[in-house]
Design a protein around this ligand. Structure first.
Ligand code: SF4
Ligand code: SF4
Length: 246
């Protein structure tokens, strides 16, 4: 009879087989208060999170300096958000079923869903979970920056009580860089480095970004506009599209 893989290894292999480009396990006890503040007791009851990331198509991200052109806006919106959100939600649902079959709780959190319309935050910060899983650091853009692909991934999370071994949060590597701060057309970032104990509002005004994305005249003829300059401009991940981690 074949030897059964440890659950951690089994889930990681399954995640990659199902289309993940990054996968890790976070120790949520390191940020319990922040998780409770954002998502309430329902989120704070879990000790572990499986974080999964799917890379955005580099051929589209590389076009983002022309984000006011309709074709670029539609391609980025469709492929980087709608399709990858659906892929992430399917992936986390499938992984959650596998965890549950092994006898543990598993709560998949959708890739893109607001809980707080005022703060523009979800049930949990997928980027914080990926950071705690050791997959990257939170940059001055408030995006999760991975060494291989920079911010060019989207993320989703499965909360669980399974006793999985965890990664270690990665130290910040932005250094003196301010490329994302300077590239943002609406100055949404303050340039303050990430501190887990500080609210996101000290570093990022999500409403400035949202207003920019909802300007009717931003992309003539398109139903919705896009930007993504903070994704495009980061030196981490630029030119690395052929070296996706997995
Ligand atoms: S998407 Fe554009 S407007 Fe929004 S924060 Fe990034 S650079 Fe600024
Ligand atoms: S552009 Fe520079 S400052 Fe911004 S997240 Fe990337 S490395 Fe950090």
């Amino acid at each position: 009879m074949p030897k059964m893989l440890p659950l951690d290894e089994y889930l990681r292999q399954k995640a990659y087989d199902l289309g993940a480009d990054q996968c890790g396990v976070a120790d949520l006890t390191l940020a319990r208060d922040a998780i409770r503040d954002q998502g309430g007791e329902m989120m704070a009851q879990f000790d572990r999170a499986i974080s999964v990331g799917i890379a955005m198509p580099a051929a589209i991200v590389d076009q983002l300096p022309r984000h006011r052109e309709k074709a670029v806006a539609i391609a980025y919106r469709t492929h980087s958000y709608e399709i990858i959100s659906d892929r992430l939600d399917l992936l986390t649902s499938q992984l959650a079923s596998l965890v549950q079959r092994r006898g543990y709780q598993a709560f998949p959190v959708r890739a893109s869903q607001y809980l707080d319309g005022e703060k523009l935050t979800g049930l949990i910060s997928h980027k914080l979970a990926a950071h705690l899983a050791g997959l990257g650091w939170i940059g001055k853009s408030c995006l999760l920056i991975t060494p291989e692909l920079g911010p060019r991934l989207r993320w989703a999370t499965i909360l669980t009580d399974a006793p999985l071994s965890t990664g270690r949060p990665m130290a910040e590597r932005c250094g003196d860089c301010r490329a994302c701060v300077d590239a943002c057309p609406v100055h949404a970032f303050t340039g303050r480095p990430f501190r887990p104990e500080e609210p996101r509002e000290l570093r990022y005004d999500a409403h400035k970004c949202r207003r920019y994305l909802h300007r009717n005249d931003a992309v003539p003829g398109a139903e919705t506009s896009i930007c993504g300059m903070c994704v495009y401009i980061c030196p981490h991940g630029r030119g690395n599209s052929a070296e996706q981690a997995g």
